[in-house]
Design a protein around this ligand. Structure first.
Ligand code: ZN
Length: 443
């Protein structure tokens, strides 16, 4: 079902086109950086984000115990290549940071083709793409190359050079807190540890930055916490360091893979029936042509940690094409062509609608429950029958009055009436102003 009135028309402050360009511009700026779960690429990424929002940067030392895990050594890289026996660079990190297996230990030696092959990764089905590979928890080295590059290799001696360091240092993450009217929090989380990959990581980061930018200009009802963390170890670290405050998080979303042309996919929280789960379903049902809602499963992104049984937070994962479902996933083809401004903008507006509903989804109590109150004398009902230019939708007023018995949220009323959330919200505001409703403190 499509609603005629957009759910959040008031939030569309700029054209979708312009918004798409801004989101895409940030993705493009972050694209060349060689990120990893630790190191200077991650810091550089946070510095660029700081040009948009005042991120607080946290540095957690290597060796810190975080639940069952340990913060790893910090990895940095300056250069890497493979040279053939003529001294020609046949694989060069300078051309693509995906050429190096992320977290490769330093190496500089001559190797036979047989030995070199043990350290090479390609994708034969997509011979022009470079795969993305990591080895965070086992110390080794490797190169990733296109299968066509691989096929040109001869049985000769090669020089391999990786100018990297893997040493005690820090795990870095960025956090931005926007205080609201209540200390209850909404968590927006995205991983920022992938190198030149656009859909899987940069699209979510860019959308989170612009959502934060918008929320910082208003005083939202909830307090909002945005975290930019390395995948898995980052959320584990963040939960460990902030364990005392985790109970303040009432709702949350992990944002990733939001820039491709696929249909939306929402992976529900482990609990499966939380307010955020219901709101995302509602927004997709009313604004997306085709979409998928899937149940929680314990692999994927950082929702795995937020939804581990010891926390069991109401955090879902919002995506277009889910990880692993598109061939470009974790390859050099997840690039600036694969994501497009129009899709990132569309995802951004969906997120805005979700947060707008979440932030306004209150329960009210009708103060005049015995029969309908007389709306005309309060200016809430058209004076002349048949007049249609009223700002307020009278039908929405009647729905809000009838269902505001302290049980129904505004979203419940929107669903039951089949009217847009925005109409219902406007009606509730007018009734509130006229003393006909009171906010319930039970939700
Ligand atoms: Zn990934």
């Amino acid at each position: 079902m499509f609603l005629e009135t957009p759910i959040v028309p008031t939030l569309k402050t700029q054209s979708s086109n312009q918004m798409g360009q801004e989101l895409y511009q940030l993705i493009s700026e972050l694209y060349p950086i060689c990120r990893s779960i630790t190191g200077n690429g991650f810091r550089e990424t946070l510095k660029i984000i700081q040009k948009h929002i005042p991120l607080e940067i946290h540095e957690i030392p290597t060796g810190t115990q975080v639940f069952d895990w340990t913060v790893p050594k910090e990895w940095n890289i300056k250069d890497a290549y493979i040279k053939n026996s003529q001294g020609e660079k046949i694989v060069d990190f300078a051309n693509s940071n995906l050429h190096i297996m992320n977290y490769s230990i330093p190496v500089h030696k001559k190797v036979s083709f047989a030995e070199l092959k043990e350290h090479l990764f390609t994708i034969p089905e997509h011979p022009n793409w470079i795969p993305y590979r990591t080895s965070y928890y086992k110390e080794r080295w490797g190169f990733c190359l296109t299968h066509n590059q691989y096929l040109e290799l001869q049985d000769e001696e090669y020089e391999v050079y990786i100018d990297s360091s893997l040493e005690p240092g820090h795990l870095t993450y960025g956090e931005y807190f926007i205080p609201g009217k209540t200390t209850d929090e909404v968590l927006i989380s995205c991983h920022a540890c992938h190198p030149s990959l656009c859909n899987d990581n940069l699209s979510g980061i860019s959308i989170a930055v612009f959502l934060a930018k918008h929320l910082s200009q208003i005083t939202p009802y909830y307090s909002y916490r945005f975290v930019f963390i390395p995948g898995t170890i980052g959320s584990i670290t963040w939960l460990s360091v902030n364990e005392k405050n985790v109970s303040k998080i009432k709702h949350g979303l992990v944002l990733t893979c939001l820039g491709d042309n696929g249909n939306f996919t929402y992976k529900k929280s482990r609990r499966g029936d939380t307010e955020i789960d219901n709101i995302v379903s509602y927004v997709l049902n009313n604004t997306a042509e085709d979409y998928k809602i899937i149940d929680f499963f314990p692999y994927g992104y950082d929702e795995r940690q937020y939804c581990s049984p010891g926390f069991n937070l109401a955090v879902g994962c919002f995506m277009r094409s889910p990880h692993g479902s598109f061939p470009e996933y974790h390859t050099s083809a997840d690039n600036l062509t694969f994501v497009q401004p129009e899709y990132v903008a569309d995802s951004f507006y969906k997120c805005m609608s979700i947060l707008q509903i979440l932030d306004n989804n209150k329960i009210y109590v009708n103060q005049n429950q015995k029969c309908e109150p007389q709306l005309g004398k309060r200016g809430l009902y058209r004076a002349i029958g048949g007049q249609k230019d009223s700002e307020l939708n009278e039908m929405a007023i009647l729905w809000v009055l009838n269902l505001s018995d302290g049980e129904y949220t505004l979203l419940d009323i929107a669903k039951r009436s089949g009217m847009a959330f925005d109409e219902i919200k406007k009606a509730a505001d007018a009734l509130l102003e006229n003393g006909l409703l009171l906010e319930s403190n039970i939700k």
